[in-house]
Design a binder for this molecule. Structure first.
Ligand code: TXA
Ligand code: MG
Length: 314
């Protein structure tokens, strides 16, 4: 049975979502980055449904979404550097990976058995309202089948996961459009960038100084960083100047007559539109999508990271 899509602003929509979550069900929720597939993070049976619905490997841990610092402290041991990050970037698209608190309530399965936990406080109003109605963190990976393009609208979620969620809460188009930046904050050792994302690295570094980087293939500290990910069905060709026969073209900047990430060359707009364009072009049935060059500055670094992973291995 297809899941109902309920506009979040309708009376009782959030209450209904909260009830389903309390009962151990799955709700797709809007966040500012991408839609999440949410369950009670303290309920291992509910969390198991997330892994099954996404066909996600169990070694890949989930982000626990919280209302803010108070709830985060119950789950994680936060260093001074982590607290600085939280003060500057929450609520918002920054995920912090920190050692789990001794009496943390988030289940082992959500953390894939690791002694660290990923936490973030989303900025989206509906996500915040829902989190304040339930008294547990929400485990929520992106609401797509593992490896596919992340969803930035309720419709995208319905296309992939309609049969396996109990409710899709429609909070409109995600206004950031690309996943959170992930930074590891160990109690001793440097802050380390684990995933490029919605907050540009230089913005974070302007607050906390240079971030350490993961060396390629360090699967133990960044289990989800698969080379091929965020991928449409069509083959992706990057840094293209013109499409070849049979290819769709995804433009950037002043280029006319094509799908265009941002006519004005605005990287924030491009990030917000990226996944919707990849899905729409893929749905036309083309065998390839040629993508124009996107500058490697600011959010462009995260956009290019996603494009490279989407193009990998084909
Ligand atoms: O913007 C986002 O972050 C979205 C929205 C829904 O919040 N969520 C998201 O979740 O992108 P997901 O599961 O698609 O990506 C989370 C990443 C995965 O690569 C996972 O391996 C990593 O976070 N992660 C989770 N817990 C971790 C941990 N303890 N240590 C290292 N990496 C972790
Ligand atoms: Mg994902």
């Amino acid at each position: 049975m297809p899941a109902p899509i309920l506009p979040a602003h309708e009376p009782d929509a959030l209450a209904r979502a909260a009830d389903i979550l309390r009962g151990g069900g799955l709700v797709a929720i809007p966040t500012e980055t991408v839609y999440g597939l949410a369950a009670d993070a303290t309920n291992a049976d509910a969390v198991a449904k997330i892994f099954a619905a996404k066909q996600r490997p169990h070694f890949n841990p989930l982000i626990a979404h919280v209302t803010g610092l108070g709830a985060a402290r119950k789950q994680a041991k936060l260093s001074d550097a982590a607290l600085t990050l939280i003060r500057n970037f929450w609520p918002g698209p920054l995920t912090i990976v920190a050692p789990r608190a001794d009496d943390a309530s988030v289940c082992d399965l959500a953390c894939a058995g690791l002694d660290t936990i990923a936490i973030r406080a989303p900025a989206h109003g509906d996500a915040r309202a829902l989190l304040s109605m339930v008294d547990f963190p929400l485990a929520a990976p992106s609401a797509n089948v593992s490896g596919h393009v992340s969803p930035t609208s309720a419709q995208h979620v319905a296309e992939e996961l309609s049969g396996v969620v109990d409710l899709i809460l429609d909070g409109g188009q995600c206004f950031v459009g690309i996943e959170s930046t992930i930074v590891a904050a160990p109690l001793d050792g440097p802050l380390t960038l684990l995933r490029l994302g919605a907050i540009p690295v230089e913005t974070i570094e302007s607050v906390v100084g240079p971030l350490a980087r993961v060396t390629k293939g360090d699967a133990t500290i960044a289990p989800g960083m698969l080379a091929r990910h965020y991928a449409p069905r069509a083959h992706l060709r990057l840094n293209a100047e013109t499409p070849r026969p049979g290819e769709a073209f995804l433009a950037f900047g002043a280029m006319s007559g094509h799908a265009n990430l941002s006519e004005s060359g605005d990287l924030t707009e491009a990030a917000a539109r990226l996944y919707a364009f990849l899905r729409a072009l893929d749905a036309t049935g083309v065998t390839g999508i040629a993508v124009a060059r996107v500058p490697e500055t600011g959010l462009g670094e995260a956009i290019n990271d996603r494009l490279k992973r989407a193009a990998e291995g084909r």
